[in-house]
Every structure is written in structure tokens, then in C-alpha cells.
Design a binder for this molecule. Structure first.
Ligand code: G
Ligand code: G
Ligand code: MN
Ligand code: NA
Length: 257
């Protein structure tokens, strides 16, 4: 309860902040996008990661207001990046289970997109397999409505859930994000290497974009490059950055690929 009140105050006092973790296109070394990752700048305790507050925000329903703040902030940041003249990257936003079942989510997104004039194709929504599979019928309807807005849709933590290809074919998905638990031990671990190889091959045959998460080493990067994985995200290139630092990186534009 204390934390619930604290979160309400934090939202009113604008203590939340979005960090951006760059996503790099391997072919070109261009930073083509980022994942938006929420942080709470606590006045005494310092920067708090989502693990310390998202679950409570979910339980209490505060996630709906917090989620609105996130989409508004991301669109504002996209607008500012557009003004820099180097084009706009694509920004991925995480949606939790409760948000995905929120009756006015689609209206919320539609309104913010219209008011900010952002190209909806610059927004990608990340959903985990477990969020989707809780109720497939609701999920199919929700995906269709979101897809109709023109936003991109991604499956996050891919490979950790129980969705079959048969289930996924009903969804208008654009991107698969390979869970970082599979990336951690490539190329040394044969099982994980086989899993990652299979996911990249499958994504390609279904014409989905594939993003590898949690890339920390040159060896992982080279293995993924050989498979034809297009985009990587991880500490090897950058941890999640405050907006100003992400903006500077974008305006420098490329990293060593
Ligand atoms: O930033 P960090 O690496 O600690 O993120 C951990 C998890 O927190 C992410 O995988 C994501 O699921 C969740 N998360 C981060 N930002 C948001 C957000 O804006 N909304 C929701 N619902 N979850 C988020
Ligand atoms: O939504 P998701 O749970 O996938 O969020 C990504 C999480 O992974 C965030 O908490 C982010 O801080 C973390 N992360 C990003 N890059 C790396 C990495 O290279 N290694 C590890 N261990 N974690 C990472
Ligand atoms: Mn994510
Ligand atoms: Na993930």
C-alpha cells in the first residue's frame, strides 16, 4: 500500500524516466531503433528498475496510467529526434498483461499517435508469449486492432513460452525477439546454438524480422551475423541510455558493426 501511494505520487511528480537501449542493424552498423525501458528516479533511493515497481503497478491498475505516460513520452521523444534531421528510429515499448487487456488501450494509442503526429510505423509493441497465450481469442482481436493502427508488433522473450507456430500464425507479427537466455551461452553451448539457429531460420522463412537480445560479446555477435540475424541489442553495444545520451548516439549515427 505504501508503495502504491508512492507510485501515484511519483507519477504526479514526474519521477519516471524512459531509458533507451539501442538496436543495431548488423549489415550497416546503424542504430535503427531502441527499446524503451522504464526507470523510476526515486528521490532518496536513486534509479529503480522495473523489477521494483511494475508488478505492483500491475496489481493496483496503476500500470494503465503509467502506460499512458510511457506512450506519450516516447512519442514526444520521437518528435524531438525527428527535429534533429537524422530521421527517426523505431522505438519498442513493452506492454504487460494487464495493459494488453485494457479496454481503452487502442483508443489511448490512437489518440496519442494522432495528437503527436508520429508515424505509427515507428512504434513497435512488445508482448511476451505468456501474455498472448493467456487468452488467444482476446489476443487475436487485440493484435488486429493494434495492427490496424499501423504500429509494429513484436513477440518478446521468444522461445521461453509455450506458443506453437500454429498459434503464432494467427497473429500479424512483425518481429521476434530471441530471449537473452538463449543468447548467453552461444556459440559454446550446442543446444542454445541449435535453438538460436532454428529461431533465426524460422523467422526468415516466415518473413519476420529477428532481434537478438542480451548480446554481450564479439563471439555472440559473429555467430548471429553468420546466421543472418538482422538486428542485435545488448551491452556489447550499449546499455539502456537516458534520452539525451541516446540522442547523441543517434546523431553520431553509426557504431562499429
Ligand atoms: O529495464 P530492465 O532491463 O530492468 O527491464 C525489465 C523488464 O521490465 C522488461 O523486460 C519489461 O518487461 C519491463 N518493462 C520495462 N519498461 C516497461 C514499460 O514501460 N512498461 C511495461 N509494462 N513493462 C516494462
Ligand atoms: O523486455 P525485456 O525483459 O526483454 O527487457 C530487456 C531487459 O534486459 C532489460 O532489463 C535490460 O536492462 C536487460 N538487458 C539488456 N541488454 C542486456 C545484456 O546484454 N545482458 C543482460 N544480462 N541484460 C540485458
Ligand atoms: Mn522487452
Ligand atoms: Na525480452
Amino acid at each position: 500500500l505504501i508503495l502504491e501511494n508512492e507510485l501515484v505520487k511519483a507519477l504526479a511528480r514526474e519521477e519516471f524516466e524512459i531509458y533507451y537501449q539501442p538496436q543495431v542493424e548488423l549489415d550497416t552498423g546503424r542504430v535503427v531503433g531502441a527499446e524503451a525501458l522504464l526507470r523510476w528516479r526515486h528521490p532518496e533511493k536513486g534509479i529503480q528498475p522495473p523489477a521494483n515497481f511494475i508488478a505492483i503497478a500491475e496489481e493496483t491498475g496503476l500500470i494503465e496510467g503509467l502506460g499512458l505516460w510511457v506512450i506519450q513520452q516516447v512519442c514526444e521523444d520521437l518528435y524531438r529526434l525527428g527535429g534533429d534531421g537524422n530521421g527517426q528510429p523505431r522505438i519498442a515499448i513493452n506492454l504487460s498483461a494487464r495493459q494488453f487487456r485494457q479496454a481503452d488501450l487502442v483508443d489511448q494509442y490512437r489518440t496519442v499517435i494522432r495528437e503527436t503526429g508520429i508515424d505509427p510505423g515507428k512504434l513497435e509493441l512488445e508482448l511476451t508469449e505468456s501474455t498472448i497465450m493467456k487468452d488467444i481469442d482476446i489476443a487475436v482481436g487485440m493484435f488486429q486492432q493494434l495492427h490496424a493502427l499501423g504500429v509494429r508488433l513484436a513477440i518478446d522473450d521468444f522461445g521461453t513460452g509455450y506458443s506453437s507456430l500454429n498459434n503464432l500464425k494467427h497473429f500479424p507479427i512483425d518481429t521476434l525477439k530471441i530471449d537473452r537466455s538463449f543468447v548467453r551461452d552461444i556459440p559454446g553451448d550446442n543446444d542454445d546454438s541449435a535453438i538460436v539457429t532454428a529461431i533465426v531460420a524460422m523467422a526468415k522463412s516466415l518473413q519476420l524480422e529477428v532481434v537478438a537480445e542480451g548480446v554481450e560479446s564479439r563471439e555472440q555477435l559473429e555467430f548471429l551475423r553468420r546466421l543472418g540475424c538482422e538486428i542485435v541489442q545488448g551491452y556489447y553495444y550499449s546499455e539502456p541510455l537516458p534520452f539525451d545520451d541516446f540522442r547523441k548516439l543517434l546523431n553520431g549515427w553509426t557504431v562499429e558493426a
